[in-house]
Design a protein around this ligand. Sequence first.
Ligand SMILES: [Ca+2]
Ligand SMILES: [Ca+2]
Ligand SMILES: [Ca+2]
Length: 132
Amino acid sequence: MRLSILLQAAGVAGLLSQAAHASGLPAFEQLDINRDGITTEAEIRDWIGALHAGLDTDGDGRLSVREITAGGHDAATAEAIVSNNDLDRSGHLSVDELSMLLPVLFGMADKNRDAILERAEYDAALSTLPRR
Ligand SMILES: [Ca+2]
Ligand SMILES: [Ca+2]
Ligand SMILES: [Ca+2]
């Protein structure tokens, strides 16, 4: 069970990492929405919401494999991301499905368990993610 959670987390982390790289923006600044130099889980949740909205080109509130592919992922990766995270087997990812593993990912990155990601923690977490 724990292994499958980690595999799912890896899939979501890959999506987020690729999105961060594809955007060409420094990921930490992108996540630190209120520019206070730290990143909270709520900020990342907002960012995932924005990511989801940005990829949801037909505006139906869910991501299809095609929409994820159009966002710059190859088809196999997109299908894996959807199938690994599509809890209700709808064939699409809702924003809830996309963000459900955030607490797990955040907990993995927040090494000192203060519910805040500082730049060093974030950079350390990003460096463990797959890159293009
Ligand atoms: Ca912040
Ligand atoms: Ca859609
Ligand atoms: Ca921390």
